[in-house]
Design a protein around this ligand. Structure first.
Ligand code: HEM
Length: 274
């Protein structure tokens, strides 16, 4: 509505990746708001600091999510979807993948695919809206919008830390770690390392080494949705900047940051548009 405030995080950044994941999984009959509530509950339960009472409440929501996903996996899903592909897959022994494994894959793929991407889009929009030139240019210049997304991923990624367990004894930065050590990798810090990035606190979409961060992890478990997330965020930025050329961040509005062990992003992006 012209002249009104709206929240681009709740109304745009968060539902968009949820809809993409529904298409990918082959599911059509659940409102995005319910799926987002289940996904938020899962993130808070696994990565937050909920009180015992809150944990009990979150577990109920996560169980609802799990039960619903199980029914989707056991019902017929379109063959061109992730659920359909997992159901028709045969192991080298000729056996199908057991349903509990299919549910587990879809559970984590769904959360990994939509929460993080929604968080990235919210951060991208907030930074782009704070600079009128960036907003204007994002509407018309496809490669600029993609590079801007990459700078946000470098500087302020949604996944700030990730856990690893050492498989064997290893020495890291002159510290000897026994096998089985629990590590918390500070992924976010890699994009602001002054030995890698010149003036790391400056947003510069023209950096030659723009992708040399670890915001999608590294090695055999590196994020398999990185290209999809980058594409969604760049398209979301371009479309919003094109459709809302006069949008400005609502003055004085507190962005309210989500702050979990591994996830950080504004939970709202309030804008005024004419
Ligand atoms: C901005 C969005 C995203 C960010 C920042 C992100 C980040 C990450 C990170 C840091 C990891 C751990 C990598 C490691 O252990 O080295 C990961 C793993 C994973 N991501 Fe993403 N991700 C995003 C979007 C997506 C999307 C869209 C999907 C699916 C469509 C996805 C699916 C996965 C999966 C399945 C894994 C586990 C891979 C494995 O353990 O082998 N992610 N992601």
């Amino acid at each position: 509505m012209p002249g009104a405030d709206c929240d681009l995080a709740a109304d745009y950044a968060r539902p968009l990746p949820c809809m993409v994941m529904l298409q990918l999984l082959g599911i059509a009959d659940m409102p995005a708001s319910t799926l987002l509530a289940w996904s938020d509950a899962s993130l808070e339960l696994f990565y937050g600091w909920p009180s015992p009472e809150r944990q009990a409440h979150l577990v109920d929501l996560v169980c609802d999510f799990y039960r619903w996903l199980t029914s989707q996996v056991t019902d017929a899903a379109p063959s061109h979807s992730l659920i359909g592909a997992l159901r028709s897959h045969r192991m080298p022994s000729g056996e199908p993948v057991d349903p509990a494994t299919v549910v587990a894959v879809c559970f984590f793929a769904f959360i990994a695919g939509q929460s993080t991407t929604g968080q990235l889009i919210s951060t991208v929009l907030r930074h782009a809206l704070a600079d009128a030139d960036v907003w204007e240019r994002s509407a018309s210049d496809e490669s600029f919008a993609s590079a801007w997304v990459e700078e946000v991923l470098r500087r302020e990624p949604p996944v700030t830390t990730w856990r690893r367990v050492t498989a064997r004894e290893v020495e890291l930065s002159e510290v000897r770690l026994p096998a089985g050590s629990q590590l918390l990798l500070m992924l976010m810090g890699t994009g602001s390392d002054p030995e890698i990035f010149d003036q790391p606190d400056r947003m510069d979409p023209y950096r030659a080494n723009i992708r040399h961060h670890l915001s999608f992890g590294a090695g055999r478990h590196r994020c398999l949705g990185a290209s999809l997330a980058r594409t969604e965020a760049a398209v979301a930025l371009r479309v919003a900047a094109r459709l809302l050329p006069d949008a400005t961040l609502t003055k004085g509005a507190d962005p309210q940051m989500l702050g979990l062990l591994s996830f950080r992003a504004p939970t709202r992006v309030l804008v005024r548009h004419n």
